[in-house]
Design a binder for this molecule. Structure first.
Ligand code: AMP
Ligand code: FE
Ligand code: FE
Ligand code: ZN
Length: 287
């Protein structure tokens, strides 16, 4: 029987590779985390588990512990909600069907966005494909990279603030489930759901929704993330204390796609152990 180890740290539980919108292979993401002194990491590509095997191999060969993870897309009204999912069964059919659906919607939506953009800028679908690994979860960051390659913008930040902005003419929403559905699917696959960057500029989710998420099995919040605002985190800490929830701290590393550095926030050994103990769908890969 696998006994949960109590010493993991330093641990960073939120990083992205080219399997979604990071700019580095899973092995390079692990190497970057190792260089920053981390000893445990989770790969949390958007809506896919396809980077797990490569990351697990790279991590264990460097003496690191690997937690399989994913950042599942959800939406509440107009705002996107990201649900970090840890240690779920990747073959569970309902969650798999959902990620398949989200990923094909992302592909369709990216094509429509590129079509709209192509009326005003020299850009076509092949330019986006040139920035996207085969089978990667496609997102606006890949369109941003194509816009950079064509010289239309300097970097992803500029692309997001203008051409790719949700307020702009080219934006198309992707299909994503209600957050309660997303949390229920993760729990149904034996995983541990944690709301990513829960106190960003959009503000906290409304309290009635928080209550429904907790009833559905939400395990906690990523309270340490560079996009969280102090006032929101203060409120979250009250909810965490009241319900004895898990809190995590992470970098949300995207390689060169964002300034975030592995290990800029970390998760405590106690919280890593609580995530492992709570999961029934999967186990960490130890070196
Ligand atoms: P999408 O899910 O396709 O709508 O794109 C959202 C993704 O873009 C998020 O997962 C972020 O990682 C990334 N993103 C959002 N804003 C920025 C930004 N200003 N610079 C770089 N990446 C961003
Ligand atoms: Fe991302
Ligand atoms: Fe996110
Ligand atoms: Zn992320």
């Amino acid at each position: 029987m696998q006994v949960t180890r109590r010493f993991h740290g330093p641990s960073d539980l939120h990083l992205h590779s080219v399997h979604s919108d990071g700019t580095e292979s899973a092995a390079l993401v692990v190497a970057a985390a190792h260089r920053q002194g981390l000893r445990t990491l989770a790969l949390t590509d958007h809506d896919t588990t396809s980077g797990w095997a490569e990351a697990a191999d790279a991590a264990t060969s460097l003496g690191m512990t690997f937690l399989p993870g994913m950042e599942l897309s959800a939406r509440h009204e107009w705002r996107s909600v990201h649900v970090l999912a840890y240690l779920f069964d990747p073959d569970e059919s309902k969650l798999r069907a959902m990620t398949d659906r989200i990923r094909s919607s992302r592909m369709e939506r990216a094509r429509v966005m590129v079509d709209r953009i192509s009326h005003d800028y020299d850009l076509d679908w092949d330019d986006v494909l040139a920035q996207t690994e085969v089978d990667a979860t496609v997102g606006r960051p890949h369109i941003a990279d194509a816009l950079i390659a064509k010289g239309h913008v300097q970097d992803r930040t500029e692309a997001f603030s203008d051409i790719l902005s949700p307020g702009g003419d080219y934006y198309v929403a992707l299909y994503a489930p209600d957050p309660v559905v997303a949390v229920s699917l993760v729990v149904g696959a034996g995983g541990v759901p944690i709301i990513a960057h829960p106190a960003g500029r959009a503000g906290l989710l409304p309290m009635p929704l928080m209550t429904r998420l907790l009833d559905a099995g939400l395990a906690g919040f990523e309270t340490e993330h560079r996009e969280n605002l102090t006032a929101g985190v203060r409120t979250l800490r009250r909810i965490v204390a009241e319900h004895d929830l898990i809190t995590t701290g992470s970098s949300d590393y995207h390689g060169l796609g964002k300034p975030n550095v592995p290990g800029e926030n970390t998760t405590s050994d106690e919280m890593v152990a609580r995530i492992i103990d709570r999961a029934t769908g999967n186990a960490p890969v130890y070196p």
